[in-house]
Design a binder for this molecule. Structure first.
Ligand code: C2O
Ligand code: CU
Ligand code: CU
Length: 476
């Protein structure tokens, strides 16, 4: 177990992060039992961690590219756990692989340099078979990275830099969380996922921003176990997106709505300078339902959703006076169009179903196993194709790769009934998770030039992941 601090590593920021049980007043009446991450800065700037008052959502890490961070993780929940830094590129022993779980009372020491560009990353548990339960219980937080390029873009900051984690939850009559994951959801639950009845923002039904004026940077994470959202403005004006999972887009793009699958992030530029004082503008998260088993490829509004939830106005802005004007930069980052070098190695990963379980190329997770077609050469650039064409059951799968950020280069085979959703993707940006719709083949371009070792790739529908829709790959 890597728990002893090394003298070779001198951290700029030293943090203690505890996963522990707690009780919070989320609904009127009885408090809700949750798990949450509680953090403390031991060394370095105090604002490296920011707590969200009254929320189970973890502390927000705020670090800069190039900073060295040490995080001592203490597990005080009654299940084995380990923390994964989703989207961050770190050495294998720091990545939170399920084989590194620590028991209740155990700890794990992370030491790494922040190598990623500025962006909205996050962290969550990654024990095999229990990730869904633990994330659902409240263990997740944002990890925000800034860098010089981002500072040069002069985006709204301070209280104009807003972070919202969307997640769906079901509460029982005593206000306690209900989760039916891999084992509890019955056969169908394991195949579709878990869909909570209420959509929450940072653990609250909605967030209010009175006296809103001028421009905001709004970071969104879909922290749901399985649910996909369509996000739009209540006044039907289009959205301006400035960043995807792995940081700023080359330039702002306009979208009628956004589609955000589990683990995906998007950043919006919201500008209220020409809205009249007193008007109210909401952001709405509408669940996207894809129908149940045997229903074929269904778009929004058709077919029976697994478990419905009402659309939720999760952020409410009441426009105030004195809306200052801040110009939206027309260039955000130096991000070239992704081009595939000739002779690039290609691999196909078929999203498969066998014995009532999702898999990848017909396989399910094995703790240390790496198949011959899961070995990549350090330094190589490859095209990975995720092919969602099983005839058994039509479901979207949010596919995630560790140890790299990627570019989406092609999205093929979108069925006509789902083609409308494409207007809501941020495929032009840097990504680490991509929603692969039923019938689609999505090709991503990635380079394995950071670290050698054993890393994961998997579906981020946490019910699918816990049931084994996850594999190792080795960079050697
Ligand atoms: Cu966010 Cu392997 O996970
Ligand atoms: Cu990850
Ligand atoms: Cu899946």
């Amino acid at each position: 177990m890597a728990t002893a601090a090394t003298d070779k590593f001198t951290p700029d920021v030293d943090i203690e992060l505890v996963a522990q049980p707690d009780e919070l007043q989320l609904l009127p009446g009885r408090p809700t039992a949750v798990w949450r991450y509680v953090g403390r800065v031991l060394k370095g700037p105090a604002d490296a961690l920011q707590t969200i008052p009254g929320s189970y959502a973890g502390p927000i890490f705020r670090l800069k590219t190039g900073q060295k961070v040490r995080i001592r993780f203490l597990n005080r929940i009654r299940q084995p756990s380990i923390v994964h830094w989703h989207g961050l590129i770190v050495p294998e022993q720091m990545d939170g692989h399920p084989r590194d779980v620590v028991p209740t009372g155990g700890e794990h020491l992370y030491e790494f340099e922040v190598r990623n560009r500025a962006g909205t990353y996050w962290f969550h548990p990654h024990p095999h078979g229990h990730t869904g339960t633990q994330v659902y219980g409240g263990l997740a937080g944002l990890f925000l990275v800034s860098d010089d390029e981002e500072r040069a873009a002069r985006l709204p900051d301070g209280d104009r830099d807003i972070s919202i984690v969307l997640a769906d939850r079901t509460f029982d009559a005593a206000n306690q969380l209900v989760y039916e994951g891999a084992m509890g959801g019955g056969m169908m639950g394991g195949m579709t996922g878990f869909f909570g009845e209420r959509i929450l923002a940072n653990g609250r039904p909605s967030l209010s921003f009175p006296g809103a004026a001028g421009a905001y940077r709004l970071r969104l994470l879909n922290g749901s176990n399985s649910r996909i959202y369509r996000i739009a403005r209540s006044d039907r004006k289009s959205l301006v997106a400035i960043a995807s999972d792995g940081g700023l887009l080359a330039a702002p793009v306009t979208r009628p709505f956004l589609v955000l699958g589990p683990a995906e992030r998007a950043e919006l530029w919201l500008d209220f300078h020409d809205e009249s004082a007193g008007s109210r503008i909401a952001l709405i998260a509408e669940p996207l339902d894809f129908g149940g088993p045997g229903m074929g490829m269904m778009g929004r509004g058709r077919g029976a959703p697994a478990q419905p939830a009402a659309p939720q106005a999760f952020a409410l802005f009441t426009i105030g006076k004195g809306a200052g004007r801040q110009a939206l930069p027309n260039r955000l980052a130096d991000l070239a169009l992704a081009t595939v070098p000739r002779e690039t190695q290609r691999r196909e990963f078929a999203l498969t179903m066998g014995h009532m379980r999702w898999g990848i190329n017909g396989r399910t997770f094995e703790m240390e196993a790496v198949a011959p077609d899961e070995r990549v050469r350090f330094g190589d650039t490859e095209v990975w194709e995720f092919s969602n064409r099983t005839s058994m059951m039509a479901m979207p799968h949010p596919m995630h790769i560790h140890a790299a950020q990627f570019r989406v280069i092609e999205r093929l085979g979108t069925p006509p009934g789902l083609a409308g959703l494409r207007a809501g993707f941020l495929d032009g940006g840097v990504k680490d998770t991509v929603l692969v719709l039923p019938g689609e083949r999505v090709r991503v371009l990635l380079t394995f030039n950071a670290f050698r070792g054993l890393f994961l790739y998997h579906c981020h529908n946490l019910v699918h992941e816990d049931m084994g829709m996850m594999r190792n790959f080795r960079i050697a």
